[in-house]
Each structure stands twice: as structure tokens, then as C-alpha cells.
Design a protein around this ligand. Sequence first.
Ligand SMILES: [Zn+2]
Ligand SMILES: [Zn+2]
Length: 325
Amino acid sequence: MLALKIAATVHISVLGSFHPVQFELQPAKGQILVVESQGRTELVQAERTVPLTGPAKVAGRNGAMVHFLLGAPGVAPREYIGRLEVRRSGSELLAIVEMDRETAVAAIVEAEGAAGLPFEARKAQAVVTRSYLAGAHNRHQGFDFCDNEHCQLLKGLAHPAGAGSRAALETRGQVLVYKGEVIPAMYSANCGGHTKSLAQTKWEGAAIPQPGYPYFSVACPLRGKPSGHGVGMCQLGAITIAEHGYPAHIILGHYFPGTTVEAVAMAAPNTAAVGRSQISAVPTIHPPQVAGPVHAASAGRTMSPVHAANEALTASVGRGARAAQ
Ligand SMILES: [Zn+2]
Ligand SMILES: [Zn+2]
């Protein structure tokens, strides 16, 4: 049996789309920040806001994760929990937050979905996001992901009682597995009626290395103008399936034939022991096409239970997370 483990934290560069040359840092209420910059260590607490104009490291006491707000001149501060490192990148500054993977999953699920989405679609998004974070690390030099559409959207901490946090919690540790490996699951906003296999795209997996998972073209209940690369889960289609009463594992089984949803323990840093338990084989709406030739799983099939889908669906989803563009 394979010992599947995924790292407990992920490094995400934040606010980079604002091209900051200075950050403004503030501790969250009741927090104390340990700020190291220019060879000095300073404690920052209470309502104080400190400017960061060069390389710096920020954590709680003893290097613990800490809750803080980070903004820039003209940029509203966003909340994060983690450890911050500020680096120079040309004439700009990069802010890289090392955060707990589940914190990141909740934040991304919240940022990727508009309010009022069906909860099962959120849960499917949470499993896809966790798989993507686990499987597609090091998308950038020196850190894993950015917080915009290049990688996936993340706009700061999810509200603890919000749908993003609940979806992360209810799917805690669950990832999509194919032939014993976590797949860096891709998704796009609207496939236009059929999702694409990797072979049908131009990049054939070059955008994100895939451990052998070919993706499949599956019928989607939603038609309309395609938006995004069309590989993996269709966000609007997932919403439609959820609106017809299907749970997250049916949505995942539909868009990722041949995979299973498995729960992996998060590895603590420098901890080797990680368990794995298979919690469910994902039922598929259609007979599974496991590991067949890619076009064997090709289009032309219908989604019987979902076929009467609401084509006029107008729910909006996050604009980011094309995960491979
Ligand atoms: Zn990126
Ligand atoms: Zn679709």
C-alpha cells in the first residue's frame, strides 16, 4: 500500500497583482508579531501598523503561525494566518505566506465561489482545490502558488463560519487519487458542454505535470459559451449537478472518472508517520472508464439523471483558478 502524504502547509504569494513596493502590516486583535528585518527583531502588537519596505520575516512567538493583516498603500488589508516572508523581486516586493493547507483550501473555496452556491458544489470544489494544492506545488520559483487567476484565487482568510470554511472542514484531508497518486485536479469556469481530456488540449499536461491521469471528456449538463481550458471539473456544471440534488462525490466521480476520493493525513513538518484510509470509491454517473485510451471515454454520452439540466443557469463563480493557464 502506498503511503500517501501531503505537506501540512503551502507557500502562497499574496497581493502580487498590486505590484507592491511597500507593505503595511498589522497584528490581528490580541496578536503579537515578531518582525525580523534589516538584522533587527521587533515585537509589534496592539493597533500598530508597520511599513515593510524590504526583506522581512514575520511570525508569532517561537516561530508560530500568527494572525495578521497585510495591505499596501492604496490596497485594503487582507487577513492571513501563517508565517510571512517578504522578498525582493526586481523593483517590487513579494509577500509569501506559509499557511496551513486547510486554511488555504477554505480561503480558496470562498474566493472561487459566489455567495449562495449549493453546498455540495462547494464541497466538490474543496476536494478539487486540496488535490490541486497537494499535486501542483512549486508552480513558481521559490514558492508554490500565487493568489490570482494564474494559479487560483485567494483573497485572505475565509470567514470561520462561512461556506468555504465549512466545505473545507467537511471534506478535511480528502483528495482525488488516481493509481495511488494525488492528482493536481484542474477545473475551469464553464466547459461549454463537454469537458476535455488532456490529449484534446494543446498543452498535454505541460501546464501542470499530471501523474498519469489523462482526464476524460465527459458530458456536462451546462451548455453555453466556454470559459477556461475545460479540463477537469466544470464549475458551473458542478453547480447545476448539485442543484439537481446530487452530492459532492457524484460531482467528483462525474468529472474525474477513474479516481477515488481518499482522506490523507496532513504531515506535520518533519514528521514521517502519515496514515491513509480509503473512505469511498467515487460512484460515477456513468460506467467508469478507468485507464482506458483517452478517446474511449469520449463525448457523446448523456448524463441521464442530470440531463434535464437548467441551461439558463446564471450563477456566477469565481473568475480564477483555471489552474493551468
Ligand atoms: Zn501563479
Ligand atoms: Zn460544463
